[in-house]
Design a protein around this ligand. Structure first.
Ligand SMILES: [Zn+2]
Length: 62
């Protein structure tokens, strides 16, 4: 196994697209922001179904 430079600290809701990132200092999930700076909060009424990335994949194909 290679040295883990980035921890799997991102989760995406499969239903509404809400994206959260793990804030290590606060020990809590924070809502991610997209490239425009908008919060990717998704649907507040959604029962989120999290797809937690085991492997962090950089966004190279966007
Ligand atoms: Zn959701």
């Amino acid at each position: 196994m290679p040295v883990q430079l980035r921890k799997p600290t991102e989760r995406v809701c499969e239903r509404c697209g809400r994206t959260e990132i793990w804030d290590e200092e606060a020990s809590a999930w924070k809502i991610a922001r997209d490239e425009a700076g908008d919060r990717e909060a998704g649907d507040v009424y959604c029962i989120h179904e999290w797809d937690i990335n085991g492997d962090f994949v950089p966004f190279e194909n966007r």
